[in-house]
Design a protein around this ligand. Structure first.
Ligand SMILES: C[S@@+](CC[C@H](N)C(=O)[O-])C[C@H]1O[C@@H](n2cnc3c(N)ncnc32)[C@H](O)[C@@H]1O
Length: 248
């Protein structure tokens, strides 16, 4: 069939994050595949639709219902594996049905495809199901970059490492190491950060809802947690990220 699938990083929230390379790639695609995550994330699907209207008016948007997933499983890895498998199956069908011989499809990936995103892994699974295609990856601006730019800081302090981790695993951080934390469903800083550490927090970065907070965890931590809960309840969803910097 000679198919190509582009995996296009679209940046972390602002349409202005799109690179010229991403815009050029969008102009070449026949169909864009997206998982429909239901009404809660409808805002995110709308953001994708706006990008397509602006840069790929000729492309079909093929939305595929996202298979349900247990959000609090006993065996996290096995549950995610199974979920990716089910996603791969529905997407394989959609790709077969939507792309003509020699066609080019695309997945738009929030931020950059290399960072906490499973699109490239799922494409491997789709290939294993017998759908043959080449892949091209277009890098995008990550939420990490959106956060550091919004706060006007460098990610790493001079000569120091930075751990990239999730809220779930923040407690495993080596003592004293700076960390950038993503995918925090709650407020892990309250439990796992030192009160003297600085938190540089950002939510809905790059969007009209963008909000930033910065201060010592002991001084602003509770307030940010309450604000996060309020925002999530108000908008129905939240995406936030933060940098923790030790006192030393
Ligand atoms: C599944 S990861 C995807 C990361 C993405 N591939 C990237 O390069 O930024 C989703 C997490 O990224 C962070 N994130 C993505 N976009 C964001 C935004 N606009 N504002 C704040 N955090 C964001 C949040 O921590 C969210 O839980």
């Amino acid at each position: 069939m000679n198919l190509t699938i582009d995996v296009i990083g679209i940046g972390a929230g602002s349409p202005a994050h799109l690179t010229l390379e991403a815009v050029a790639a969008l102009g070449e695609v026949d169909a864009v595949f997206a998982m429909d995550k239901g009404a809660v994330k409808a805002d995110l699907l709308a953001a994708r639709r706006a990008i397509l209207d602006a840069h790929a008016p000729g492309a079909r948007l093929v939305t595929v219902p996202d298979p349900p997933r247990d959000r609090d499983p006993r065996d996290y890895r096995a549950t995610v594996e199974d979920w990716h498998d089910r996603r791969a199956r529905v997407l394989a069908e959609a790709i077969r049905a939507a792309l003509p011989d020699g066609g080019r499809g695309a997945f738009l990936v929030w931020g950059d495809p290399s960072l906490y995103d499973s699109t490239l892994r799922i494409l491997e699974r789709i290939r294993a199901l017998g759908v043959d295609f080449g892949t091209r990856v277009i890098p995008g601006i990550t939420a990490v970059q959106a956060l550091t730019a919004a706060h006007g800081v460098t990610l790493n302090r001079v000569g120091r490492p930075v751990l990239t981790t999730t809220g779930r695993r923040l407690g495993e951080r080596p003592a004293g190491m700076d960390a950038v934390v993503m995918l925090d469903g709650g407020a892990a800083w309250l439990e796992h950060a030192d009160p003297a550490e600085e938190i540089l927090w950002g939510a809905y970065l790059g969007t009209g809802l963008e909000i930033l907070r910065r201060g010592r965890v002991g001084e602003v931590g509770e307030e940010i947690a309450a604000e996060k809960a309020r925002l999530r309840a108000g908008h129905g969803w939240i995406m936030d990220i933060y940098l923790l910097r030790g006192a030393g």
